[in-house]
Design a protein around this ligand. Structure first.
Ligand SMILES: Nc1ncnc2c1ncn2[C@@H]1O[C@H](COP(=O)(O)OP(=O)(O)OP(=O)(O)O)[C@@H](O)[C@H]1O
Ligand SMILES: CC(C)(CO)[C@@H](O)C(=O)[O-]
Ligand code: BAL
Length: 281
């Protein structure tokens, strides 16, 4: 496995693989890898001949008061995990490699979908994500790119960007990998105190409660939201948002629900801001 920091050697290596007719899958990450990321890598390995994993904590997607500085970083450990999984290339650039001095901060933004849900409290976040993912697509030129459903809004926005800008890449979504008690695996779970770690699974329990009601026939949006909120509030969690949206456009769903939808939430639990979502129908 090659670990590459600089753009030119990355391009040289991938070009020779492309010339040999090999297909390539990209798994973009911010490192501090866990089983969620590894599920994406396994999926990438299943669909393509070669797998590139990028590890880059992208400053452009963090707000000024957010956790860029303290975001967990452990490249040596990440590299070891990926070597065991048969990854070909790890691309781990520095901030200066990706955003060199003199650049004009050119941005890629999927406008409407970036201002809803998480976009309300993270107004510059998704433009940061779509800009860096566009750069990674241009650098790696993958046939496939794999993202987690845990970040449902991110996945939907990237699908929209690829369609709108005609990127020649197939986007693959992978279901959320969870802890035994249901909490979605996330690098930011490290920020939870032992007490908060015990409360955090209520986020998913709330979503599951709404899903059970849906499966029993409930179609009123407000009833489904109240059911989920009740479970979260019992655990002392006050969600930043809890909404039922169209799974593709992220627009609010009319009540009663007449087609499949996604329930999405974000909440601050102690020192961590957690997100989760579930399918309805
Ligand atoms: N539990 C999970 N199951 C499936 N995919 C996941 C999971 N956690 C993260 N991913 C996916 O891994 C990719 C990289 O995510 P990232 O490096 O931000 O990890 P993270 O654990 O989500 O970290 P964060 O704490 O920043 O949310 C994204 O496509 C994300 O959706
Ligand atoms: C897609 C991504 C790697 C872009 O920085 C990031 O938003 C993430 O880890 O989900
Ligand atoms: N996986 C989401 C990246 C972020 O919150 O910045």
């Amino acid at each position: 496995m090659n670990v590459i920091q600089k753009i030119e050697p990355l391009r040289t290596r991938l070009k020779s693989q492309k010339l040999a007719g090999e297909t390539l899958a990209l798994v973009p990450t911010m490192g501090a890898l866990h089983e969620g990321h590894l599920a994406l890598v396994r999926r990438a390995r299943d669909v393509a001949d070669r797998v590139v994993v990028s590890i880059f904590v992208n400053p452009l997607q963090f707000g000024p008061q957010e956790d860029f500085a303290r975001y967990p970083r452990d490249l040596a450990h990440d590299v070891q995990l990926l070597a065991d999984l048969g990854v070909d290339t790890v691309f781990a650039p520095t901030v200066e490699d990706m955003y060199p001095l003199g650049n004009s901060w050119t941005r890629v933004e999927v406008t409407t979908m970036s201002t809803v849900l998480c976009g309300r409290t993270r107004p510059t976040h998704f433009a940061g994500v779509t800009t860096v993912v566009s750069k990674l697509f241009n650098l790696v030129q993958p046939d496939f790119a794999v993202f987690g459903e845990k970040d449902w809004q991110q996945l939907s926005i990237i699908r929209r960007m690829v369609a709108d800008l005609n990127f020649p890449v197939t986007i693959i979504g992978v279901p959320t990998v969870r802890e035994a008690d249901g909490l979605a695996k996330s690098s930011r779970n490290q920020y939870l105190s032992p007490e908060d770690r015990l409360r955090a699974p209520a986020l998913y329990r709330g979503l599951q409660q709404a899903q059970s009601l849906y499966q029993a026939g409930e179609r009123q949006v407000e009833a489904l939201i109240q059911a989920a909120r009740g479970i979260m509030e019992e655990a002392g969690i006050d969600p930043e948002y809890l909404e039922i949206v169209d799974p593709v456009t992220l627009e609010p769903m009319p009540t009663p629900l007449d087609r499949p939808a996604r329930m999405a939430t974000a909440a601050r639990v102690g020192g961590a801001r957690l997100i989760d979502n579930i399918g309805l129908g």
